[in-house]
Design a protein around this ligand. Structure first.
Ligand SMILES: [Zn+2]
Length: 425
């Protein structure tokens, strides 16, 4: 494995320094480092961040390799500055057995572009009726710690209680897609002024808030851990704020798109803006941004959801919900938060790694730390061109937008996965 010398990087916004990487580890930092035979990476003007960690990615393999594979999604992730992603369980077959999670885990290691950590399903087939083999998935080679029926809500409170009880034994986490299904039947977009104007069936905020309220109380009762996926409403933020003040062990994520886009986008009837939970109002966006800064929301997670053209380039009513996210997430967060590098490192790397108990990731580059890091050019702007994305799908809501920040290089276990803004493999 070659030795790498990164010259003049600003580590999480601090004064520029050099970073010497050998055998997968940052071995030395300081100005004017020299190492015979080292491959040099000029990082003048670049910010070094701990490699980003995504708690919510859909890689589509096995089953929908036309939309994404573990390898193509891993490449998209590396180009977005990620070194670890958590792959959601709604594949085909569903990742509800030790066999399937080990398959995804192995495909991730073979691709070798990010550490792919499978999320196991909570219920068999995501059907919401019987608990999946959570213990077998936890003790498998994949070492699953997070379980989710994402795409569907674990709506049955008795089943949710049993799932929370079960994972408590090994400090596992239930990640809930909070959507009371009886309140969202036929829903096409956020329920509000715009849905009324367009005559589309609405997805009311209370359908999310009611489930979060129920689940934080169940979590408190059981003494377990809950993670709330893609929080999208101001009311959800208030429920989480109260739960955290009571000491309930709940964490939460927000997506880049819910931090930037509103339900007004539905006026175009362009299905690229159809997503679940739906884009909300400007007031919700403001509340989500505040909650992210305050830490009521712990992490930014992409909910990267690739879909083929036949599922996306059709009428709004028939389009599948979901948007790409891995290759644009950092730019969106930089646009929303500005260059608050410590906050960005916290919400996109340290905090997600800590929540998941993922060692070797989410640690700022320093001597002795595994070299999982990314280099960002904060001065660059780039226009999103869907055809240039590494994802197999094209459903980005940011096509044509000029976004700040560009990932110049990403290192995984001391080796570059991205150099000069391009995937190495
Ligand atoms: Zn979801």
């Amino acid at each position: 494995m070659p030795t790498y010398l990164i010259k003049g990087a600003s580590v999480v916004g601090a004064a520029p320094t050099d970073l010497l990487i050998r055998d997968g580890v940052v071995v030395e930092t300081g100005r004017g480092l020299d190492a015979a035979g080292a491959l040099t990476v000029d990082a003048d003007g670049l910010v070094a961040l701990p490699g980003l960690v995504d708690l919510h990615t859909h890689l589509r393999e096995p089953g929908r390799e036309d939309a994404e594979t573990v390898e193509s999604g891993s490449r998209a992730a590396a180009l977005g500055g990620y070194t670890a992603v958590f792959a959601m369980a709604n594949t085909s077959p569903v990742a509800d057995t030790a066999g399937v999670v080990e398959q995804v885990w192995r495909l991730g290691r073979e691709a070798g572009l990010v550490d792919v950590q499978p999320i196991g399903a909570v219920t068999v087939g995501l059907a919401g009726e019987h608990l999946a083999e959570l213990g077998a998935m936890a003790s498998s080679a994949a070492g699953v710690r997070i379980f989710s029926d994402d795409g569907f809500c674990v709506a049955d409170p008795r089943l949710m209680r049993r799932a929370l009880e079960y994972v408590k034994a090994f400090d596992g986490i239930i990640a809930q897609h909070a959507e009371e299904p009886r309140l969202t039947e036929g829903a096409q977009m956020h329920e509000g002024e715009v849905s009324t104007r367009l005559g589309l069936t609405g997805w009311p905020a209370v359908a999310e808030e009611a489930i979060i309220a129920r689940d934080v109380l169940l979590t408190e009762h059981v003494g377990s851990r809950l993670h709330v996926c893609h929080v999208s409403t101001a009311g959800s933020v208030e429920v989480l704020r109260q739960a955290k003040a009571r000491g309930i062990r709940v964490t939460a994520e927000v997506t880049p798109h819910h931090l930037l886009l509103t339900d007004e986008r539905a006026v175009s009837y362009d299905p690229v803006f159809k997503v679940n939970p739906p884009l909300r109002t400007a007031a919700d966006v403001t509340a989500l941004r505040t909650a992210l800064v305050e830490g009521v929301i712990d992490v930014v997670a992409t909910d990267h959801a690739p879909h083929g053209v036949e599922d996306k380039e059709c009428e709004w009513a028939y389009a599948r919900p979901g948007m790409l996210g891995l290759e644009t997430a950092l730019s969106i967060v930089l646009d929303v938060l500005g260059p608050q590098w410590d906050l960005i490192a916290e919400r996109m790397s340290r905090s997600p790694a800590r929540i998941a108990g993922l060692t070797g990731h989410g640690v700022d580059p320093a001597p002795g730390v595994p070299a999982n890091l990314t280099l960002v050019d904060p001065a660059a702007r780039r226009t999103v061109e869907p055809s240039e994305l590494a994802s197999r799908s094209r459903n980005t809501p940011y096509a044509g937008m000029a976004l700040p920040g560009r990932i110049v290089a990403t290192f995984l276990h001391g080796e570059p996965t991205v150099l000069d803004g391009k995937a190495v493999r």
